[in-house]
Ligand binder design. Structure first.
Ligand code: GTP
Ligand code: MG
Length: 197
């Protein structure tokens, strides 16, 4: 999908600030530093739409990006950043939970896990939460450029075995660094925008 005019809409810290239109929301979820903000930039072909950082904990609020008035990408803060103070971690955790519990317009959860690592305890908790919420979800295994191309498919299968043994979710690799696998990601995301129309 070609987005002509991706625009930052608002940084929200409470539900009253979420956009009040009914556009579908595609939300990025995952641990801190896994590549959520980079995913948005890569997929819409912009370098600095969503702010990224090599320091975990860059995104602290809930950022909404309007995609040609068709849908929003919602960039959540990451969980599990141990250097953040306990108070700050709790605050970020409650933003995430509050958003997932209260937003009426979540069309799809894009759940990112790092292709190199086995899912963490927090990843498993998030997975369980998403499954229990019965919201649509796809899994993006990020930073695929960090492993050999020949290992990508088998590692994606390995992560699916661990997290989703029933194999009822779609798992796709992604690399913001090399800008590869973006078409496949769009293909999956578009299914959930169209079904809203
Ligand atoms: P928080 O906002 O802290 O939750 O992090 P985030 O999930 O938004 O991660 P972000 O997009 O800021 O990326 C974190 C770091 O990982 C940055 O240094 C990115 O350049 C790097 N990164 C993101 N995606 C990739 C990727 O596909 N490959 C590689 N090699 N690095 C990546
Ligand atoms: Mg971020």
């Amino acid at each position: 999908m070609l987005i002509k005019n991706p625009e930052f809409k608002i940084s929200a810290v409470s539900p009253a600030q979420y956009p009040d239109d009914n556009l579908p929301q595609i939300v990025l979820v995952g641990k801190s530093n896994v590549g959520k903000s980079s995913f948005i930039n890569t997929i819409v072909n912009r370098k600095k739409l969503a702010r990224t950082s090599s320091e975990p904990g860059k995104t602290r609020q809930i950022n909404f990006y309007n995609m040609d008035n068709k849908f929003y990408f919602v960039d959540l803060p990451g969980y599990g950043y141990s250097k953040m103070s306990k108070v700050e971690q709790a605050k970020v955790g409650s933003f995430i939970e509050q958003y997932l519990n209260t937003s009426k317009n979540i069309a799809l959860i894009v759940f990112l896990i790092d292709i190199r690592h086995n899912p963490s305890e927090n990843d498993r908790l998030m997975y369980r939460y998403i499954i229990d919420s019965e919201r649509p979800c796809i899994i993006i295994t990020s930073k695929a450029d960090k492993i050999a191309v020949t290992k990508v498919d088998s590692q994606v299968r390995n992560l699916q075995e661990q997290l989703n043994p029933l194999k009822d979710l779609t798992f796709i690799p992604f690399s913001a660094e090399r800008r590869i696998y973006t078409e496949k990601a769009w293909e999956e995301i578009e299914k959930f925008i169209k079904s809203e129309e």
